[in-house]
Write a protein that binds this ligand. Structure first.
Ligand SMILES: [Fe+2]
Ligand SMILES: [Fe+2]
Length: 350
């Protein structure tokens, strides 16, 4: 964020408080409807990990995993690791400034409901890895332990606007990547793994709507402040939640630094088309459209959408968002997948 005077900071804080109060109010009176499968179906009907992969599926899962390429297995393991670092994400949400304290506040209830749904994702995927006999579970579990120990550094600094932009983006990103793994698994004749990833993608899509509505509300209450934050987040790029992943090398027992494992995982995901620069571009653009901030013209160029609620600074910030979106789009148009990384993951048995 740019340098601000004390008065501007106080105003900024006040507007964020107003937005948080309004989000709280709208969840409690239903203007922001609960976007979870559990609320729609009820505890009895909603899926559980064992309803997708029962304990009797052991042999089937091992067979299915063997039909997936080594690269897809790596992506699936990295996705599981990302899901299982859930304590970090719950902590991140409860630490947002202005988060109401009481146990019964709607926002706190949302965080708990969301965490309970997210927990199923990690459990389901972990069971698949465990049953597959293709994963060095000890190595994987050490990575999980370290990732939760290390947390994440995503530059949102407990700020509600940055945090909700981040979660709206990330829920879409996980929806896309799980859905893409599901498609590949279907093609490889791995129906249980496909169903697991498709089911998780469905949850992520619903979570995305909730966080998108939080941002939409902030845009109504404080359009200039919210747009300035979107600009800052777009400028810095959205960092993936598992970006600090590490490994204990199976050969040397050396604990690696953060960096190489994540970039090898991310390059692999790009190479196999599970999550690429093109997806990043589509998600970033979709959010701008969803919030009536921008649209594409007949030449596929992003343009600012007409708004009458912006100050001079807000208009400038929005223009910058659109410039950044056009750069992202250009990069995606010229996207060439990176070479497969030369990285021996400690997690993969064969
Ligand atoms: Fe998830
Ligand atoms: Fe999610």
């Amino acid at each position: 964020m740019s340098e601000r005077t004390g008065e501007q900071l106080a105003k900024q804080e006040e507007m964020r408080r107003k937005s948080m109060n309004e989000i709280e109010q709208r969840i409690s009176d239903g203007r922001i409807p609960w976007s979870t499968l559990t609320k729609r179906k009820g505890y009895e009907e909603v899926w559980t990990p064992s309803s997708i992969v029962p304990h009797t599926a052991h042999g089937a899962i091992a067979k299915e995993m063997a039909s997936l390429s080594r690269e897809i297995r790596i992506v699936l393991i990295g996705d599981t690791l990302t899901e299982e670092a859930l304590p970090t994400y719950t902590h991140f949400l409860t630490s947002i400034e202005g988060m109401p304290d009481p146990h019964d506040s709607s926002l706190q209830q949302w965080i708990r409901a969301w965490s309970a749904e997210e927990e199923r994702h990690g459990t389901l995927l972990d069971r698949i890895l465990f049953m597959s006999e293709a994963v060095d579970m000890g190595a994987y579990e050490r990575s999980k332990h370290m990732l939760i120990d290390d947390g994440m550094q995503i530059g949102t600094e407990n700020d509600p606007y940055s945090s909700f932009y981040y979660t709206a983006f990330q829920e879409r990103a996980t929806q896309v990547s799980h859905a893409n793994v599901a498609k590949i698994a279907t093609d490889c004749n791995a129906p249980l793994i496909a169903k697991a990833c498709r089911t998780i993608a469905g949850d992520e899509g619903m979570h995305a709507i909730m966080y998108s509505n939080f941002v939409k509300t902030a845009l109504e209450i404080d359009p200039n402040g919210m747009i300035e934050t979107i600009r800052d987040m777009m400028k810095n790029r959205v960092v993936m939640p598992a970006h600090l992943m590490r490994e204990v090398r199976s050969d040397t027992h050396e604990v690696t630094q953060a960096g190489p494992a994540f970039s090898a995982f991310s390059d692999t995901a790009q190479q196999v088309g599970v999550y690429t620069t093109k997806d990043y571009d589509r998600i970033s653009g979709k959010l701008l459209t969803e919030w009536d901030l921008a649209h594409t013209d007949d030449h596929d160029v992003w343009q600012v959408s007409e708004r009458s609620d912006l100050s001079e600074d807000g208009r400038e910030a929005l223009a910058m968002c659109v410039r950044i979106q056009n750069i992202i789009h250009k990069k995606a148009t010229n996207f060439v997948a990176p070479e497969l990384p030369d990285h021996e993951f400690s997690w993969v048995l064969n």
